[in-house]
Structure formats: structure tokens, C-alpha cells
Design a protein around this ligand. Structure first.
Ligand code: 13P
Ligand code: SF4
Length: 331
């Protein structure tokens, strides 16, 4: 699978029998527009994509919004500019459509750190538990879950579950701990975390707060508790965007992947946004998986209709049930 995409990209530039990727930005954008019309494709992008991909997309959203969009689009093909679990969710919801992920190596540490076999053993140790899984997990883990949630509806959904339920929450322990505090429910947590949100430095955040005392701190719940404790508002990527739009504050310290700042600046050109660096000032606050997608790969995926997501039908049907329940239960 991994080789496939690399091979595809190099074939595009090396093989004389296939048309080369247009080198000039304008030509590349025009070529993508022509292809997306020919393929009747919709381009969906997560907020953590590079700005040039966000600018090209038909729809930008958080995980929940992108799932909804994937389930009700009229397009024949979906180019999913995000990571593997997101494209896989789109395929689970829209099996008759071709779902393209421009770079098949675009994974996610949360999904990768929850192998289905290990998860099965974990569930077997808690046989009476209701299983709630964050959408950042594989189809195999979804198929073992009773309910899927995203960062925008996790608290709402957990609060709706009967009080007598014992609940497993996987795979993000930071999100799980935040949901526990918000809902007052005890959760049995799978010990996963996101490499990007774990990397934010508390020291750098405190320095920024001292430097910009009137800035509001807005944070994604995948951050660790010590960082969330310094935050004025916590929510999914879409909720952070809305919060900044509605807030009276003029400046914001943004504790999540900085791709979202592109939409914040477009929507609020008069407000100021500060990103928080990683530990030791590294630039690892950018998601290395999300950023694998490029315009060239979007072009190649539409041109060759590869790499596509494929799923066994029995697995798809099992993984669909908890996603459907989420869509029915969330407002
Ligand atoms: P959202 O649900 O806010 O889109 O978050 C997805 C994600 O992967 C965050 O790291
Ligand atoms: Fe996964 Fe973290 Fe990247 Fe989101 S930011 S896709 S949780 S690795």
C-alpha cells in the first residue's frame, strides 16, 4: 500500500506514457479543476491540511462535519484530504463511491496505537462495558465498538448514556480524561495519545500568556490536562473557529495543529492568532501525517483514481453501526 503511492507519484513524473504533473501552480490548479469536474468528485479537507489544499477544497470541516458531508454528498468520488481513518470513515458511510486518500501513508498515532487484537483483549478484560471509541481509530476497532464519537460530540454523547453503564473510552486518554471531567462519568481509558497534541510545551504556553495577557487561550481536548488547565475554551477544531469568531477577544493563543489558523485568519483578518511551539521549540506542532497530502498528490489521485480505500463488506457493516448511532444521537 505504502509503495503504491510512492510508485504512483514517481510514475507520473518519470513515465513518458502518462502525462506529467503540471509544474506551474496555476496550471496544476486548473488541471485539478478539470479532473474534479470529469470525475464528479468532491474534495473534502480537514482544517489541518496545508493552506493551499484548504483553499482548493469544496468543503472544510472537523471530523464530525466531514463524516456528515461524506454520508450525504451527490458526488461519485470523494477526495479525502485528511488522514486514513477519516477516508475510511467516508468509505464506511458511502460504500458506492470511490474514496481517494492522496497519500496512503497519512496515518494517525491514535489509530496506529490501538491495534485491533490488543483492543479485543482489553475489551475481554471488561466484558460488561459499553465501548465508546473516538473516530480516530481503524475500521476494525470501530467494528468492536458500540458507539463512535468525535471531539465535538464526545461529552454530549457520554452524558446521554444511562448512568448504570460502565464505559470503555478509546483510544485517546487525554480526550477521555477531559470528557470524564466534563461529564462526571467514570471511564475506563485506553492509553493512547496524539503525538502532535502531546508535544505542546507548557512553558512556551505560559510565556505566550505573559507576553499577550489579553489573548484568549483556545485548546483542542487532545491536549494534556496540564495545558487544558490554562485554557479559556476547549473544543473541536470547528468549535475553536466558532469560538474565535464569537469571542470579544482580539487575540488568541491556539493550542492545536496550526493548520486551523489559516481559516481563522481568513474569517477574522482583524484578529491575531498565535501558535504554540512544541517542546524545545520544535515545529512538531504540525501533524506529520496530515501534511503528507499535497496538491500534486491530489492531482495524481484524481487522474489515476488511486490510492483508493477498499473495505471488506462484513467489516464495513459492523463498523457502520456505531457510526450511525453517533450520527443519530448527536445534535
Ligand atoms: P477534530 O474532531 O477537531 O476535527 O479533530 C480531529 C483530529 O484529528 C485532531 O487531532
Ligand atoms: Fe492523529 Fe494527532 Fe494527526 Fe489528529 S493531529 S490526525 S490525532 S496524529
Amino acid at each position: 500500500m505504502i509503495l503504491l503511492n510512492r510508485t504512483l507519484i514517481s510514475a507520473v513524473s518519470a513515465d513518458k506514457t502518462v502525462s506529467p504533473v503540471p509544474r506551474k501552480r496555476e496550471e496544476l490548479l486548473d488541471a485539478i479543476s478539470i479532473l474534479r469536474r470529469e470525475r464528479n468528485a468532491v474534495i473534502l479537507a480537514h482544517y489541518y491540511q496545508d493552506p493551499e489544499i484548504q483553499d482548493l477544497a469544496d468543503f472544510i470541516g472537523d471530523s464530525l462535519e466531514l463524516s456528515r458531508k461524506a454520508s450525504n454528498t451527490d458526488a461519485d468520488s470523494i477526495v479525502f484530504c485528511g488522514v486514513h481513518f477519516m477516508a475510511e470513515t467516508a468509505k464506511i458511510l458511502s460504500p458506492s463511491k470511490a474514496v481517494l486518500l492522496p497519500d496512503v501513508e497519512a496515518g494517525c498515532t491514535l489509530a496506529d496505537d490501538c491495534p485491533p487484537d490488543e483492543f479485543r483483549k482489553f475489551r475481554e478484560r471488561h466484558p460488561d462495558h459499553f465501548v465508546v471509541s473516538y473516530i480516530n481509530c481503524s475500521a476494525e476497532v470501530k467494528a468492536q465498538s458500540d458507539l463512535i464519537c468525535t471531539s465535538s460530540n464526545a461529552v454530549e454523547l457520554i452524558k446521554k448514556l444511562p448512568n448504570e453503564y460502565s464505559i470503555i473510552f478509546a483510544p485517546d486518554q487525554n480526550l477521555g480524561k477531559w470528557v470524564q471531567r466534563q461529564s462526571g462519568r467514570k471511564l475506563t481509558l485506553w492509553p493512547g495519545s496524539c503525538i502532535v497534541h502531546e508535544t505542546f510545551s507548557e512553558e512556551a504556553l505560559l510565556k505566550l500568556k505573559l507576553q499577550y495577557p489579553t489573548a484568549e487561550v483556545i485548546a483542542h481536548p487532545e491536549c494534556q490536562s496540564n495545558l487544558l488547565a490554562h485554557s479559556d475554551y476547549i473544543g473541536s477544531t470547528s468549535k475553536l473557529l466558532k469560538r474565535a469568531e464569537l469571542s470579544r477577544a482580539n487575540s488568541f493563543i491556539v493550542l492545536t495543529e496550526p493548520g486551523i489558523i489559516h481559516q481563522m485568519k481568513l474569517s477574522m483578518p482583524d484578529k491575531t492568532f498565535y501558535e504554540v511551539p512544541g517542546l524545545d521549540g520544535c515545529s512538531c506542532n504540525s501533524c506529520p501525517y496530515m501534511r503528507l497530502n499535497t496538491l500534486e498528490k491530489v492531482y495524481a489521485s484524481l487522474k489515476y483514481m488511486k490510492p483508493q480505500i477498499h473495505l471488506d463488506e462484513p467489516l464495513r457493516i459492523r463498523a457502520l453501526q456505531p457510526i450511525k448511532l453517533m450520527l443519530e444521537m448527536s445534535s
